[in-house]
Write a protein that binds this ligand. Sequence first.
Ligand code: GDP
Ligand code: ZN
Length: 449
Amino acid sequence: VKPSLQSDVIAAVATAPGRGGIGVIRVSGQNLASFAELITGRPPKPRLASLADFLDEQQLPIDQGLLLYFPAPHSYTGEDVIELQGHGGPVVMQMLLARCLELGARLAEPGEFTRRAFLNDRLDLAQAEGVADLIDASTSAAARSALRSLSGRFSEQIHAWRDRLVDLRMLVEATLDFPEEEIDFLQAARAIPRLEALRTDLQQILRRAKQGSLLRRGLQVVLAGQPNVGKSSLLNQLSGEDRAIVTEVAGTTRDVLKEAIQIEGIPLHIIDTAGLRETDDLVERLGIARTWGEIEKADVVVRMVDAATGITAADHEIDARLPVGVPVIWVFNKIDLQGELPRREELTGGFGVWLSAQTGIGVDLLRTALLGIAGWESHDEDVFLARERHLVALREADEHMALALQFAAQLDLLAEELRLAQEAVNLITGEFGADDLLGVIFSRFCIGK
Ligand code: GDP
Ligand code: ZN
């Protein structure tokens, strides 16, 4: 059951702070027609943009702009919404906002407009999260997949799956009431094959959600190697920009401990371990401690060596400090000096890529290898920008589906596992969302959304 609606009037500047051609104040609540009339001096026309003076208490214009009025329920929040589109200066916006507060609105909390949209059934929870994710998207691939969540494609798949589960549950529950006939009944209804198909499809959704969470969270890559093997040069090649400082002096990568780049829209966080050295500088030591924390979370380690020297004793010292059990890609750099060809070869404990960070030959082999390790299958149109909580819910549902299959012969246990699977999946779209869950989700929105 959804928490009850607050119906007070909320207002916020919906555009980004600072100066801009246009600034928008958004107001949501009940009976906003009279509210709009107090601001512009005349009744608003539903769903039409009208040029108006925005007036202060003394009926003096604060600004001139467009007024939009969306009567309930056909608005973003499902309540009456008005938008004041004025000039995008911070002072004008603050004066207009102050006027709205004077007329009885209060400042909206972060995400409160979207929260109301959710509470009024304009959006489900996964869609609401899509709104925030679209705004926060750091790559175009992430933005596209957030839009898929926002437009309800993710929710549709979850609902379709849930509805099939409900059908099966009804069958099982009905059979519970007629125990003598149970076996024939379930066999006739093909209960087991349906259960198996449901599990397969859930795992497919989970797989796509995992891909999507990769889009959101990115891949944590540790770049490790001795000084001068070409780590900074490789970073520059991968990012396509001269971001890291390349020098001939060993140990010069000091400030850049973590770089964000992207490959095919997947964000990669690259930690250049060159900065990890003994030092007396307190600030540097704090940075290094933080970096070790990041290294613990690595998805892949790129171990770089000079192709001419290969792996040496000093490299084994580096390896001893790296996280265990994480996939390793060896990079043999500077093949241009040897006149070697770029290639990929299997090695014990990983594989190697031969490339030149300076000329760029072979770097694409590394890009492909990184995406492969991430499990990224490009151009899957159904990848959803899943959040950790979606993955948790899907995994939990999957565990209950596994148990359901295991207990298929014991109807009461089967029924219970199916119920628990449904409960887990319902959390995704927020059908039975707890109030505190909603608080956590919406508090991360920006103001005015
Ligand atoms: P880092 O200390 O590991 O970050 O190494 P750098 O990227 O700073 O490179 C050290 C030196 O090696 C620089 O002079 C680079 O220009 C050079 N270098 C890096 N990669 C290559 C390469 O593939 N071929 C050649 N010939 N030189 C390279
Ligand atoms: Zn460097």
